[in-house]
Design a protein around this ligand. Structure first.
Ligand code: NAD
Length: 370
């Protein structure tokens, strides 16, 4: 028999709940990893091929991300087995059944993830009054629309730029993946005087060393058109952005896009990780060896989850922006200082900082201390 405690270590998981409601075809797993900092916030992922292991690994990532972000929230994640493109009525039935099944699991606060969205969070809220990432009409702060993650990424870049003596005014920026994260990062950096010299989406890239019009590119994407149709600059294949010389390179698309095979092609001073795990461990080492600073994903892209936490506590959009700015600046500063002091990569310093915060919080808990 499989060992049900195979994921257990000194941080968690606190509990893993398997849910089965045959009458509606619901199979789901909720992993609550660690709640010492507060109730766990983490997304609900819907896909046909999810697993208990995926739920646990994502929950652990949220424990570290929320602690690194300085939030009074632990980490959790849930997965629902199913095709997210199923008819909306069926999806609503499934999500509502899921919500009712987790009603008493009060240490877990669900949010959107792959295969779920703000409408799905609205259904969960309607069922049990506990979720984040809600539609604006019922108290949500639409984090993708306002660019919460791109805003936070810009704050991290601003702090790191000072650290390496890079002036943001006139700095050349490349964005891979011009979606919710990428296009807002380009917009906020342009507001600080940086120049977007290349951008890509899944269908291709557009490159112009004299500068691209960020607003025009965003309008193109909003109209459902690919970036390569932009009037100025030169169009190329999607991965052409890897070779474009720049000061700040922003991955904001898929995991593992920078790896041992292509890391040497990057000609930049900083990689600001908007996407989750966009660089393999080998690539991060290789970049560091060349003096390229990598800002780890869970420090630099925490704007979204910080926004969700502010929403959960009833805050406004303005408070969300202020909190993102304050927390990401402070955390980037701490991580870079610690990395320098201990001579480790920023990622290792960030993980150490997050674990230290979780362990500290665990000392305050009655059930941990005894
Ligand atoms: P999105 O779907 O809005 O945008 C992704 C963009 O990447 C799209 O424009 C798509 O065309 C493009 N893309 C896909 N494959 C590509 C490729 N091979 N080359 C170039 N471009 C490609 O998604 P998003 O919400 O912006 O998320 C992007 C990444 O950031 C994901 O890894 C996500 O997990 C992570 N992330 C998102 C948030 C958030 O707040 N949305 C927060 C933290 C992390």
């Amino acid at each position: 028999m499989e060992d049900v405690f195979r994921f257990a270590d000194d941080l968690g998981p606190l509990k893993i709940v398997h849910i089965h409601r045959p009458s509606v075809g619901l199979k789901a797993v909720v992993a609550v990893d660690n709640v010492a900092c507060g109730p766990a916030i983490g997304g609900v992922r819907m896909a046909p091929d999810v697993s208990t292991e995926e739920a646990f690994r994502l929950a652990r990532a949220m424990t570290l991300k929320n602690a690194a972000a300085g939030l009074a929230h632990g980490g959790g994640k849930s997965v629902i087995f199913g095709d997210p493109r199923m008819p909306l009525r069926d999806k609503e039935r499934l999500i509502r059944a899921f919500a009712s099944a987790i009603e008493d699991l009060t240490e877990y606060i669900p949010g959107p993830d792959m295969g779920t969205d703000e409408l799905a969070m609205g259904w969960i809220q309607d069922e049990i009054g506990r979720s984040v990432g809600l539609p604006r009409e019922i108290g949500g702060i639409p984090l993708d629309e306002i660019g919460a993650t791109g805003f936070g990424l810009t704050a991290a870049v601003d702090v790191a730029a000072r650290e390496i003596g890079l002036e943001l005014k006139g700095a050349r920026v490349v964005v891979q993946g011009f979606g919710s994260v990428g296009r807002h990062a380009a917009r906020f950096l342009a507001e600080k005087g940086a120049t977007l010299v290349a951008a890509s989406d899944s269908q291709g890239a557009i490159i112009d060393s004299t500068g691209l019009d960020v607003a025009a590119l965003s309008a193109l994407k909003a109209a459902g058109r690919p970036l390569k149709e932009h009037k100025s600059g030169r169009a190329g294949a999607a991965d052409a952005v890897i070779d474009v010389p720049c000061d700040i390179w922003i991955p904001a698309a898929r995991p593992d896009v920078i790896n041992a095979a292509n890391a040497a092609r990057l000609n930049t001073r900083m990689v600001a990780q908007g996407a989750n795990i966009p660089c393999t461990a080998e690539a991060e080492q290789a970049l560091a060896a060349r003096g390229v600073l990598s800002l780890p994903d869970f420090i630099a892209n925490a704007g979204g989850v910080i926004c969700a936490a502010v929403e959960y506590h009833g805050g406004t959009q303005a408070q969300a922006f202020a909190t993102i700015d304050e927390k990401i600046r402070a955390n980037t500063q701490s991580v870079l200082a610690e990395a320098k002091r201990t001579q480790v990569l920023p990622r290792a310093a960030a993980v150490a900082l997050a674990k230290q915060r979780v362990r500290h919080a665990m000392q305050t808990r009655r059930w941990e201390a005894r």
